[in-house]
Design a binder for this molecule. Structure first.
Ligand SMILES: NC(=O)c1ccc[n+]([C@@H]2O[C@H](COP(=O)([O-])OP(=O)(O)OC[C@H]3O[C@@H](n4cnc5c(N)ncnc54)[C@H](OP(=O)(O)O)[C@@H]3O)[C@@H](O)[C@H]2O)c1
Length: 262
């Protein structure tokens, strides 16, 4: 299948590591012109080198924080200046801290909102004029399998990911006639630095060795293993491609069959 991404401008937020970097890599493999965004310039440079070595495409990058309104406007302006437009926007961010209801005050809830939902809203607001002028666009919002089944001890994430689903479903309807398609992808347990950190905390709490906890978690996944970041990224690339012409407003999980809900 030709995904129609050759030369297409793609902006990937939170793209210097983990799932965002994997998405940027897979878009670059399809010949897209990619712009990366994250807070650490060192990690962005490293991601750029890895992506160029693997794909022959050299992504651009802008340093910034998705929770800072001016930074999201700035990266979209940089993409517009460098590429002329943005065909696909991949919204991703770091995850909020783990914990249950009693662990968080208003400030923590506000920060989690800014990280996982408001940042996405702002980047969408900034790219829409470009997509409208081009007569096409694709938006892929990264969330979690918790959009179908809440995950214990991740109350901040569980709450705001559902906000992203509501935003996506509503925007998909508002923007469909303008050929702007908006979808959510939800990772299950993908092998990234963030997942390893969360599981190290869980292992310590349960008094287990990390390796034993990981074996137990993998055994609960019907496919019998954690996902590789590129296994989510390939889903995001299809939804964010010109080959996706009729899927909008959907939440699709890449979770190895973990979640039993429909
Ligand atoms: N891995 C999984 O299995 C899994 C499952 C469900 C949901 N998720 C969610 O998917 C998202 C990505 O997860 P991951 O595992 O890929 O995490 P990761 O390995 O920790 O990577 C996070 C990326 O986001 C960037 N980032 C973090 N905070 C940022 C901010 N405020 N502004 C801009 N960039 C920021 C980081 O770079 P800088 O630190 O340099 O900014 C890094 O590039 C998270 O929200 C996570 O909760 C992951």
């Amino acid at each position: 299948m030709n995904l129609g991404l050759q030369g297409k401008p793609v902006l990937v937020l939170a793209a210097s590591d983990g799932l965002g970097k994997a998405a940027a890599m897979e878009f670059a493999r399809e010949g897209a012109r990619v712009m990366l965004f994250a807070r650490s310039e060192d990690r962005l440079k490293q991601a750029r080198e890895e992506i160029s070595a693997a794909t022959g495409e050299r992504p651009e990058y802008v340093v910034g924080d998705i929770t800072v309104a001016a930074d999201t406007r700035n990266v979209v302006a940089a993409a517009a200046q460098r590429f002329g437009s943005v065909f696909a926007l991949v919204n991703n961010s770091g995850g909020p801290p783990a914990g249950g209801f009693d662990a968080f005050d208003d400030d923590a809830w506000q920060k989690a909102f800014e990280l996982t939902l408001l940042g996405f809203i702002r980047s969408i607001r900034a790219v829409l004029p470009l997509m409208r002028a081009a007569g096409a666009g694709r938006i892929v919002n990264f969330t979690s399998s918790s959009t179908r089944q809440a995950i214990d001890n991740l109350i901040l994430s569980n709450t705001f990911r559902m906000g992203v689903v509501g935003l996506t479903k509503t925007l998909a309807r508002e923007l469909a006639r303008e050929n702007i398609l908006v979808n959510v992808v939800g990772p299950g347990k993908m092998d990234t630095a963030r997942l390893r950190n969360i599981e190290a905390m869980r292992a310590e709490k349960l008094g287990l060795a990390l390796g034993d906890l990981q074996k137990k978690s993998a055994a609960e996944i019907p496919l019998g293993r954690y996902g590789r970041p590129e296994e989510l990224a390939r889903l995001a690339v299809f939804l964010g491609s010109a080959a996706n012409t009729y899927i909008t407003g959907q939440t699709v999980l890449a979770d190895g069959g973990l979640v039993q809900a429909y």
